[in-house]
Ligand binder design. Structure first.
Ligand code: G
Ligand code: G
Ligand code: MN
Ligand code: NA
Length: 256
C-alpha cells in the first residue's frame, strides 16, 4: 500500500493511526511548563511513516484541513482532563497555510471540541510558518477570526523564511518561535550574521510586545545564553522530547 493510500484511508476513518505527541514549552525564567506543542505521528498496520513524509502527503492529497481538525480534536480530548487545574496553559498546533485559506476554518467555532476546550480553560495557539503570513487577505481574515475565538498566533521556524520585519509588525503575532538553527549558533559563534539577526528579532519583539520562544534547545549552555537574553519561552530535547499522552501526563505530574 502506498503512503498516499494509507493516509487517505486514515483520514476517511476519522484519523485512525494519527497520534498526537506533546512537547513541553517552558518559561525560561521560572522553568515551568506552561504549554506544549502538538506534533503528529502516524502508524498503521503497515508500520510508521515519518512526519515529514506524511505531512507532505497530506498536502499533496489536499487533506490539510481535515487533518488539522483531526489533530486538534484528538489533542483536546487527550489534554482536557489534564489541564483543568492549569488555567492559561497553551496548546500549540501547527497549521498549514492552506488551512488559513480554507473557509471551513470558520466552522471550528461550532465544533463541540472548542466548547470542551473553553470549559477546560485550554487556550490554543496557531503556529504558522513565516511564508504563511506573506500571502493575501483571506489569510489575514482567518487569523483575525482565530484571534476572535481566543486562539493566539505564533510564527514558527522564524528566520528560515523571508523574515519580513514589516510584515511581522503588521501581523503582530503573540509569539515568535526562533528556529533551532539560530539556537545552535548561540554557543558556537559560527555565524555572526545569525547572532546579529537574533538580536534584531529580540529587539523588535520587545518593542512590539511580542513574546519569544527558542526552539531546539539541547544544552545547558544554550539555555544560559537564552536566559541572559531574557527570552520568554523555550522548547527542546534539553527539557523533553515530544511524547505520547501517557508520558506527557506523567511529566506534568512529576516535573511541572
Ligand atoms: O516532530 P517533528 O519531526 O515532529 O515534525 C516534523 C515536521 O512536521 C515539523 O516541521 C512539524 O512542524 C511538522 N508537523 C508535525 N506535526 C504536524 C501537524 O500536526 N500539522 C502540521 N501542519 N505539521 C506538523
Ligand atoms: O517545524 P516545527 O518547529 O513545528 O517542528 C519542530 C520539530 O523540531 C519537530 O520535528 C520536533 O520533533 C523537533 N525538535 C524539537 N526539539 C528538538 C531538539 O531539541 N532538537 C532537535 N534536533 N529537534 C527538535
Ligand atoms: Mn511548530
Ligand atoms: Na518550528
Amino acid at each position: 500500500r502506498s503512503p498516499a493510500g494509507r493516509i487517505r484511508r486514515a483520514v476517511a476513518r476519522g484519523g485512525a493511526g494519527f497520534v498526537p505527541y506533546y512537547q513541553p514549552i517552558m518559561t525560561l525564567e521560572a522553568m515551568e511548563c506552561q504549554g506544549c506543542e502538538v506534533l503528529a505521528r502516524f502508524e498503521d498496520e503497515y508500520g510508521k511513516l515519518y512526519p515529514d513524509q506524511f505531512i507532505a502527503t497530506i498536502q499533496e492529497l489536499g487533506l490539510t484541513w481535515e487533518f488539522t481538525e483531526i489533530i486538534i480534536k484528538k489533542a483536546l480530548k487527550d489534554l482536557s482532563p489534564l489541564l483543568a487545574g492549569r488555567p492559561g496553559f497553551k496548546v500549540a498546533v501547527n497549521f498549514f497555510q492552506a488551512d488559513l485559506e480554507d473557509d471551513r476554518i470558520q466552522t471550528v467555532i461550532g465544533s463541540p471540541v472548542f466548547k470542551l476546550a473553553a470549559d477546560a480553560k485550554i487556550s490554543l495557539s496557531c503556529e504558522i510558518l513565516e511564508t504563511g503570513i506573506r500571502a493575501g487577505t483571506s489569510i489575514a481574515k482567518s487569523l483575525e477570526y482565530l484571534r476572535s475565538i481566543g486562539c493566539s498566533i505564533a510564527i514558527d521556524d522564524f528566520g528560515t523564511g523571508y523574515s519580513n520585519l514589516a510584515q511581522v509588525k503588521a501581523l503582530k503575532p503573540d509569539l515568535i518561535k526562533i528556529d533551532k538553527m539560530f539556537i545552535d549558533d548561540l554557543t558556537h559563534n559560527s555565524d555572526t550574521a545569525r547572532s546579529a539577526f537574533i538580536n534584531v528579532i529580540l529587539d523588535l519583539a520587545s518593542a512590539q510586545g511580542i513574546s519569544v520562544c527558542a526552539e531546539g534547545i539541547e544544552t545547558m549552555e544554550q539555555l544560559a545564553a537564552l536566559r541572559n537574553r531574557s527570552v520568554d519561552f523555550g522548547q527542546g530535547y534539553f527539557f523533553a522530547k515530544p511524547m505520547p499522552i501517557q508520558d506527557f501526563s506523567l511529566y506534568l505530574l512529576e516535573k511541572a
